[in-house]
Design a protein around this ligand. Structure first.
Ligand SMILES: C[S@@+](CC[C@H](N)C(=O)[O-])C[C@H]1O[C@@H](n2cnc3c(N)ncnc32)[C@H](O)[C@@H]1O
Length: 220
């Protein structure tokens, strides 16, 4: 996926810049709204029951990876940003974290019982999502579970793309965020061969601007 390289460099550099601040401000999953937490708990319960490793892709500082582990999941983290991975290792030295990209995961074929991408796929240019979802399928064992969560666009719209030059209190970044209609995400997952078992959109919480969506799928 060499066409992704300039996008990846910009996202990597941006998250390296904001990593320390991000780790300080992002709340742990235990502070999520009850519905979002319940979805994460459902994914954890199902993947803990089947056993086998679960990758938290785009794990950032590892708070969600640690939450899954406490729920009995054999979880490890992967992130594009070396600084995020360093912070995750420092906060959770008992867990495994690796630098890597969702475009070419450092994971053998069919190795995973589950894959979580929690607010980490929205910087991906939509035209590259089919290859990313194919990569998610490659690493999941038959019956493996996928959970995607992140901000989404309106149901009937074209989606929206925002370019960001600063984030997390004015730190300099350079990346796009893509907010796709939920139905388009479902279609792309199905085209990649996933069976989508659940989708939920939540309207913006008080004080937030964007609606968000969660998608659960199985790799047959
Ligand atoms: C908004 S943060 C979310 C972090 C974490 N999942 C959480 O919920 O706190 C997005 C993360 O995705 C990572 N990321 C972005 N593009 C990625 C890619 N292509 N492969 C792996 N990680 C990526 C970023 O480095 C960043 O740590």
């Amino acid at each position: 996926m060499s066409d992704a390289s300039s996008y990846l460099a910009a996202v990597r550099g941006s998250y390296d810049t904001v990593a320390d601040t991000y780790a300080g401000v992002v709340p742990p999953p235990s502070a999520l709204d009850p519905l979002s937490r319940a979805l994460l708990d459902a994914f954890a319960e199902e993947t803990a029951a089947t056993g086998g490793p679960v990758a938290d892709v785009g794990c950032g500082p590892g708070k969600v990876t640690a939450y899954l582990t406490r729920a009995g999941v054999d979880a490890f983290g992967i992130d594009l940003s070396p600084r995020m991975v360093a912070l995750a290792r420092r906060a959770h030295p008992e867990l495994a974290f690796a630098v890597g990209s969702m475009t070419a995961l450092p994971v053998p074929d069919a190795a995973l019982a589950g894959l979580l991408a929690y607010y980490s796929t929205h910087h991906m240019p939509p035209e590259l999502l089919p290859a990313v979802y194919a990569e998610f399928r490659r690493v999941l064992a038959p019956g493996g579970r996928l959970m995607l969560a992140g901000h989404v666009g309106e149901d009937d719209g074209e989606g929206e793309c925002r370019h960001h030059t600063e984030a997390y209190g004015g730190l300099p970044v350079s990346y796009d965020s893509h907010f796709l209609p939920p139905g388009r995400i479902v279609r792309l997952l199905e085209e990649a061969g996933f069976v989508v078992t659940a989708r939920l959109t939540q309207e913006p919480a008080p004080g937030q601007k964007r609606r968000y969506g969660t998608f659960l799928a199985v790799s047959p």
